[in-house]
Ligand binder design. Structure first.
Ligand code: FES
Length: 157
């Protein structure tokens, strides 16, 4: 695997735009994930080399954020909020219903590769609590009801 030149160009542009390699680290990870769905070990090492940082430094940043995926994910990633507002508005019941419906827990992907479920901190959409962000565009959905998960499961990737 070698870093495709268009991605390398985007990362160089991020370095210029953000004022250096270190400020561009998170954006570089976002660019890789946007293009490929997740950040593999091989890709992380290539990006680290391009940025002039160690793979460990980049991995430390990647693993700090729940929205940077270091493992392959399903077609649709569901980020289910477990922040205070969502918890107070019934997130636990929604979580239980989603897990029962999909047959997976947090950090897992359905057998058909369609959904990956991840818990996350406040999405900044507390007025939609209990809320989730779904798909590549992180579309905010909510308020969710455990008896009606259609708005969550039918959100386009
Ligand atoms: S606590 Fe869930 S969106 Fe803010």
């Amino acid at each position: 695997m070698s870093l495709p030149e268009p991605l390398a160009e985007d990362i160089r542009a991020a370095m210029d735009s953000f004022g250096g390699a270190r400020p561009a680290m998170l954006e570089s990870l976002r660019l890789i994930q946007h293009a490929e769905g997740w950040v593999s070990d091989a890709r992380l090492a290539e990006v680290a080399e391009l940025l002039g940082v160690t793979p460990a430094e980049l991995d430390n940043l990647a693993t700090f954020y729940s929205m940077i995926f270091r493992r392959p994910v399903g077609e649709t990633v569901i980020l289910l909020c477990d922040g205070a507002s969502c918890w107070l508005n019934g997130a636990d019941a929604v979580r239980d219903a989603v897990m029962a419906r999909l047959g997976i827990g947090f950090g897992e992907t359905t057998g058909d590769g369609k959904y990956t479920l991840i818990n996350c901190a406040c999405l900044g959409g507390c007025d939609h609590a209990p809320a989730a962000a779904v798909g590549r565009d992180r579309r905010l959905v909510g308020p969710l009801a455990p008896e009606d998960l259609a708005p969550l499961l039918e959100a386009a990737p």
